[in-house]
Design a protein around this ligand. Structure first.
Ligand SMILES: C[S@@+](CC[C@H](N)C(=O)[O-])C[C@H]1O[C@@H](n2cnc3c(N)ncnc32)[C@H](O)[C@@H]1O
Length: 265
């Protein structure tokens, strides 16, 4: 049976004709693959950047899977309307509760047990590396991309949806935020990055920003790589990197520095 509302990206979607297969074609979930489901008005915007580089290779290799659910499919009437004017007046349009409810009733039975249900929203809890780490340990995530003025509050309350923000700015829609958060989570899945230790040393892993990085040439525009990095002395290099990490964090992110200091008191 075909499922016109959903489109699968990744290994299970690759057939001889390279046409996506639907979610309803059978017990499709790849064994142990991390699964992202995204409800969106712009399913063609996926996998987007996630289809490239390491996340794209991991998608093709079946380390994770992506299913987009087209909100329009659940719209009202001949024109499949998904939005209406805000109750109480004001500018813009709001995504309807009944339409999103139908999309969620379609998506939730397909989500793996334990996958967080998230609405991308500037009002939400700010997304962090810790959240990405948590999501990467779950079987996947189900995301709702908003548009217009956002989503009817009753859906958020009814399904107890977690609101998560990409940062203190307003995007046109949740799709870019979803892709950013999926990227941050997928790269932490085992086997996605070639060198596992690279996630241990990067920014935020120890609550600190990362030290500066350099590579060849040894001198460029009269600027040299710091001598210590060329010394081959691993102990001194580690000390220098740690000191730079601490200095940068203190200068740029006093909030992170204070939290780090408290944890290490
Ligand atoms: C134009 S915004 C709506 C903004 C909303 N009226 C407000 O003032 O909070 C449309 C959609 O984009 C998404 N969005 C916008 N900014 C975001 C952010 N910083 N983080 C996550 N999602 C965001 C949300 O899904 C939102 O429903």
């Amino acid at each position: 049976m075909s499922d016109p509302a959903s489109k699968s990206h990744g290994r299970k979607s690759i057939t001889a004709s390279l046409k996506p297969r639907s979610l309803m074609d059978g017990p499709e979930r790849l064994a142990r693959a991390w699964s992202a489901q995204v409800i969106t008005l712009l399913p063609d915007a996926f996998p987007g950047i996630l289809g490239h580089s390491l996340t794209g290779k991991a998608l093709k290799d079946g380390l994770w899977q992506l299913d987009t659910i087209d909100l329009r499919h659940f719209g009202e009437g001949k024109h499949r309307n998904v939005d209406d004017t805000p109750a109480g007046g004001g500018a813009g349009m709001v995504l309807r509760a009944d339409v999103m409810g139908r999309a969620l009733d379609h998506a939730l039975p397909r989500a793996p047990e334990g996958a967080p249900l998230v609405y991308l929203s500037p009002r939400g809890t700010p997304f962090t590396q810790a959240m990405a780490r948590d999501w990467a340990t779950r079987p996947g995530v189900t995301m709702i991309c908003g548009r217009f003025e956002g989503l009817d509050q009753r859906v958020i309350d009814h399904y107890d949806i977690q609101e998560v923000s990409l940062g203190d700015f307003v995007l046109t829609g949740g799709d870019l935020a979803a892709q950013a958060m999926i990227d941050a989570s997928v790269r932490l899945l085992p086997g996605v990055l070639g060198n596992e230790s690279s996630t241990e040393e990067e920014s935020f892993s120890d609550g600190l920003l990362e030290h500066p990085q350099y590579t060849r040439p040894a001198e460029w525009q009269g600027r040299k790589i710091p001598d210590v990095l060329m010394s081959g002395h691993h102990g001194e290099i580690a000390k220098w990197r740690r000191a730079m990490s601490e200095d940068l964090t203190k200068a740029r992110r006093p909030d992170l520095w204070n939290a780090h200091s408290k944890r290490n008191d």
